[in-house]
Ligand binder design. Structure first.
Ligand SMILES: [Zn+2]
Length: 395
């Protein structure tokens, strides 16, 4: 922690030089915790920037956060920058009505923003709980991930890191990351998954700390899908091959369902497993799998169907666990599933797989006959992929 009470006043370590702090420590001044009033020691070392720590092991809410050197350093950096932008920025301030101590609290014209810096892995349920707590107290929370990322294309994110993904109209699903060693933020916009942990993105946006603002003001990049699309087919095949190689048809519930149904897993129609941008990012289950369920549960059974039928089939699968969503505690899922279904149907319509009927509902127009040979299947690919590329590029 960076704040303490000294001589009945708030004392912030980052406002003083190392020499000043060393002198203070020599002068035998006493520091106490602003929250629990128990004694603190001033630590001045080489790894972490000067900070305070409780001497007793009594539980204090200020001591529950695991503060790594990166965490303390990020907090100090952000405090410095935000204090240039806002008059009222508090460090480690206890907000009584929500019983939480955000790293930073900004108060501006009656509006409050809590900044939480997260470096170590904690349960996502804790982030969700604290986010809801802030919202109930009318405080807008901003979570900033500072845990180092494995940068590359695609971007690999652990399920904890995925928990920081948020949605905006312009950036779609995106991640805000802060690197204290570079003193710079990076936004990864338009995150589109190709596997459980790998995501393509349009173009990362670098924001040096000294130009960072809240709200973040940036020029959103075009949603350049071309790189993703070029790779989509390859990743779809990779997923299929992995399934065949590493899962046993008897033990894998999805594979055994496909076989029981009499379908050939290798030759499923290509309109099963389409990229439905952007909302498919929400679904952890591979598109091939959830779209197969839609096909099996609805399209195959009743060639005349409604959107509601698809939606309830999807929800049933979600409830029984055959479809899983990603855990995004900062995103309120709300109507996202409905949008996802709508977008998928729209795509099928454009590909002339289904047709809107006059009045209500749809009709399956492309009858699927399973190819007998690989060459026949390639013909199907040859017919569908150029169409798909054309459609997705236009969007
Ligand atoms: Zn305390």
């Amino acid at each position: 922690m960076l704040t303490a009470i000294m001589d009945h006043q708030h004392f912030t370590a980052i406002h003083h030089s190392k020499e000043e702090l060393l002198n203070l420590r020599k002068s035998l001044k006493t520091f106490t915790c602003p929250h629990c009033s128990s004694p603190l020691i001033l630590k001045i070392g080489n790894i972490k920037i000067p900070h305070f720590a409780h001497t007793s092991k009594l539980p204090c809410i200020l001591e529950t956060k695991k503060e790594t050197p990166d965490h303390i350093w990020s907090k100090a950096l952000l405090y410095k920058r935000l204090s240039q932008l806002f008059q009222d920025v508090k460090l480690e301030h206890f907000v009584k009505e929500v019983q939480q101590i955000p790293d930073l609290l900004i108060t501006e014209r009656g509006y409050r923003i809590a900044i939480e810096i997260q470096c170590s892995t904690i349960p996502l349920s804790e982030i969700k709980e604290r986010t809801e707590g802030f919202r109930k107290g009318n405080i807008h929370p901003i979570w900033i991930l500072t845990q180092p990322l494995t940068i590359g294309t695609p971007l690999k994110l652990t399920s904890f890191q995925q928990g920081f993904i948020r949605f905006s109209e312009e950036l779609h699903f995106y991640l805000l990351h802060f690197d204290p060693s570079n003193e710079s933020f990076t936004i990864f916009p338009h995150l589109t998954p190709v596997s459980t942990n790998s995501f393509f993105f349009s173009k990362e946006i670098e924001i040096p700390l000294d130009t960072f603002t809240i709200p973040v003001s940036i020029l959103p990049p075009d949603q350049a899908n071309s790189l993703f699309l070029k790779n989509w087919k390859r990743y779809r095949e990779k997923w299929i091959n992995n399934k065949i190689q590493f899962s046993s048809a008897r033990r894998d519930p999805f594979l055994s369902e496909v076989y029981r149904e009499g379908d050939t897993f290798l030759y499923l129609p290509l309109f099963i497993g389409l990229p439905v941008i952007p909302h498919m990012t929400l679904i952890k289950t591979h598109p091939l799998q959830w779209q197969y369920y839609i096909w099996k549960d609805v399209l195959k059974k009743s060639p005349y169907f409604t959107r509601e039928m698809i939606y309830s089939a999807f929800m049933r699968r979600l409830e029984n666990g055959s479809i899983e969503t990603r855990n995004f505690p900062l995103h309120s899922t709300g109507s996202s599933i409905k949008t996802l279904i709508n977008d998928y149907l729209c795509l099928l319509e454009k590909l002339e797989i289904i047709q809107k009927k006059r009045g209500k509902g749809y009709k399956l127009t492309a009858k699927w006959i399973c190819p007998k040979t690989f060459i026949d299947y390639q013909q199907h690919e040859h017919d569908l992929f150029p169409k798909l590329k054309h459609i997705l590029k236009k969007d």
